[in-house]
Design a protein around this ligand. Sequence first.
Ligand SMILES: C[S@@+](CC[C@H](N)C(=O)[O-])C[C@H]1O[C@@H](n2cnc3c(N)ncnc32)[C@H](O)[C@@H]1O
Length: 321
Amino acid sequence: MGTLTYMPTEHVPVLAAELIRFSEPGRGDTVVDATFGAGGHARLFAERIGPEGTLICIDRDPAAAERYAEFAAEVSCETRFVGERFDEAIAALLEEGVRADLVYFDFGVSSMQIDAWERGFSYSFDAPLDMRMDPRSELDAATILNEWPERRLAEVIRGYGDERRARAIAREIVARRPLERTSDLVEAVRAGLPPAARFGRGNPAKRTFQAIRIAVNDELEALDAALPAAWSLLADGGRLAAISFHSHEDRRVKRFVAELARGCVCPPEFPVCRCGREPQAELLTRGGVAPSAGEAADNPRSSSAHLRVALKLGSAPKGDA
Ligand SMILES: C[S@@+](CC[C@H](N)C(=O)[O-])C[C@H]1O[C@@H](n2cnc3c(N)ncnc32)[C@H](O)[C@@H]1O
């Protein structure tokens, strides 16, 4: 029998051309990359803002900090790294008095994290049940799977993974405790599914892995806290951009920017506006932007991606004479 060799993939930045097009970075801009990862997007922005620009890079994963060290040596703009959760990092930048022309997010995990098989993000490799983006945080996947009550597990798997069979999967997880390896979780998922669903398209454990990863990293709470902080960090005429990979992320971004873009909220029977509410944002990507068929085929990780960009309205929007 031949040996299977696993080839790690370089992280390919998703929707890169679209992100640049809608964010319109200019020379000298101050840009905040809230999810540095392998620095793919950051490189593109560094080129555009030039030596007069500033790029602040955030990532909670110390592996991204190592990538950042190489990146910083290669780019000409002023740059620094903040190794914290993005909501906390942005709050600290606000305290410092930073004002940004652009804050962008590219949520989720990078190929770099998935390829580090021992970190347990992937259902394709057998590894300890970890899934922490920040190895300094206490909560890992093993703790959730072995200690959380069955009902709470089912809520997580259903709520964050949209898994219809969440209750049956949670029951299997609890019956198999202690789970130690990602392969134990894959088997528990398979056992919780009816036979027909075990061998469909794609790995049936994908939704459960996504759900547990979101819970381990408190991803949606961080996102909810980061969006308003990022908006406050923007100068008038600045832009907020976000690339989401599943409906839970995209729904939050969409609601957040839609609320900012709302003007008058007076009842329709009022002949004139009495609320005086003015829109604070213009939506530059109405329904959001999806990858082209070519990008989705070349980089399957991009296929569920969705970009939204909003412009912060103020006295002098960027681009106005
Ligand atoms: C999809 S990758 C970003 C890839 C990057 N745009 C590139 O082109 O290389 C997402 C990165 O964001 C980081 N991340 C996710 N959630 C975070 C959070 N709440 N706070 C800080 N970093 C986070 C992850 O550790 C990961 O490195």
